[in-house]
Design a protein around this ligand. Structure first.
Ligand SMILES: *Cc1c(COP(=O)(O)O)cnc(C)c1O
Length: 392
């Protein structure tokens, strides 16, 4: 019955672990969830008020497909102020989450036979969205000792006649790595020279620690800007995952095609959420700084605790809200934990701690823990992991 396309698609493995952990919780089990990919903070009050006002004002009907002018202007204003990027309304589209912006971009860009380079470890949806676009994901392994950063020379070597695009994610989910300006300049140079398009997912831009600064690759010059679609959204920075607002900025021709695709699938994102997103982008930003400072504290604590687990090695990530410890040395200890998925299952069942196996992100030597959870939960969770490992 099912199409070939439907048969080749895998449901999101991170959402799968999350739902198993939530089901155990619903049964009354005390599960500590390091699997989640969303901030545990509540959406800031001023943003909620903007949504309530939108409902009261009757702003509850269809809007233009690609978003209201007000929100588009808030987005272009943000891109200019934060990223030094000048775009007009025709170069911006608002979608139902950054994931949806990415999906539209792949649908509008890719043809059968095209190759898309995806540095690994990668966010779980990239390969599936490339496949849904009919194209072929080409994985390029990045190394822990290189800080999980793609080098320009590795990128250049991976390019073939069929290469259409590169997906960049900085700061990264799952590794937390972030590219500095010189590294991006070298990658941009290759992309321009070889005429490769860049899909730049910058959803974690506001969550950077220890003085790291976000640079959008599109801001490095007109030649690279012409070949880049910048993807961003309000989910992670403003604790607005449920509101479903993301956006993309890039060449007008591409944005027009993405808007046409969106017009035949979802139409506009929720009018109420759009009003809330205007407030998020244009209102006071102190809540963002407060959340980032809290994430930073947790980041330091969880890195320290994980490195205390003996054979586990955990580098301090520069951004996002994940740590990606190397757990390879554990796999030899027992057949029960001889891979990242076995280890994740063991930890869920024995320690009642949910983590995501690295193989979901294309590297079995690691697991991913989200620290979008309180410090006490972090302390308790790591203690439980320690006990469960000692019981082997
Ligand atoms: C969470 C996430 C997204 C999607 O966010 P939306 O909620 O769809 O806006 C996109 N990319 C990465 C890397 C993410 O972690």
């Amino acid at each position: 019955m099912l199409s070939e396309r439907a048969r080749q698609i895998k449901p999101s493995p991170t959402l799968a672990i999350d739902s198993k952990a939530k089901a155990m919780k619903a049964e009354g089990l005390d599960v500590i969830n390091f699997g989640v990919g969303e901030p545990d903070f509540d959406t800031p009050e001023n943003i909620k008020e903007a949504a309530i006002k939108a409902i009261r004002d009757g702003f509850t009907k269809y809007t233009p497909v690609g978003g209201t002018d007000k929100l588009k202007d808030a987005v272009t204003g943000k891109l200019a102020a934060d990223n030094g990027l000048e775009y007009g309304r025709a170069e911006v589209i608002v979608s139902c989450g950054a994931k949806h912006s990415l999906y539209n971009a792949m649908q509008a860009l890719l043809d059968p036979g095209d190759e898309v380079i995806i540095p690994a470890p990668y966010w779980v949806s990239y390969p599936e969205q490339v496949l849904l676009g009919g194209a072929k994901p080409v994985f390029l392994k990045t190394l822990e000792e290189d800080g999980f950063l793609l080098t320009a020379s590795a990128f250049e070597r991976a390019i073939t006649k069929k290469t259409k695009a590169l997906i960049l994610n900085s700061p990264s989910n799952p590794t937390g790595s972030s590219y500095d300006r010189p590294a991006l300049e070298r990658i941009a140079e290759v992309a321009v020279k070889k005429d490769i398009f860049i899909i730049s997912d910058e959803i974690y831009e506001k969550l950077l620690y220890g003085g790291a600064r976000h640079v959008s690759i599109a801001s490095l010059g007109p030649e690279v800007k012409k070949r880049t679609i910048v993807i961003n959204g309000v989910s992670k920075a403003y604790a607005m995952t449920g509101w479903r607002i993301g956006y993309a900025a890039g060449p007008a021709e591409l944005v027009k095609a993405m808007t046409a695709i969106q017009s035949q699938s979802t139409s506009n994102p929720s009018s109420i959420s759009q009003a809330a997103a205007v407030e998020a982008l244009k209102g006071p930003q102190d809540s963002v700084r407060r959340m980032a400072a809290e994430f930073d504290k947790r980041r330091r604590r969880i890195v320290e605790a994980l490195n205390g687990l003996g054979p586990v090695r955990c580098a301090a990530p520069a951004g996002a809200f994940y740590v990606f410890p190397n757990t390879r040395a554990l796999y030899a200890k027992s057949p029960e934990i001889s891979s990242s998925s076995k280890l994740a299952m063991y930890l869920l069942e024995k320690a009642r701690v949910a983590v995501v196996p690295g193989d979901a992100f294309g590297d079995d030597d690691f697991i991913r823990l989200s620290y979008a959870t309180g410090i006490e939960q972090i302390e308790k969770g790591i203690e439980r992991i320690k006990a469960a490992l000692a019981a082997l």
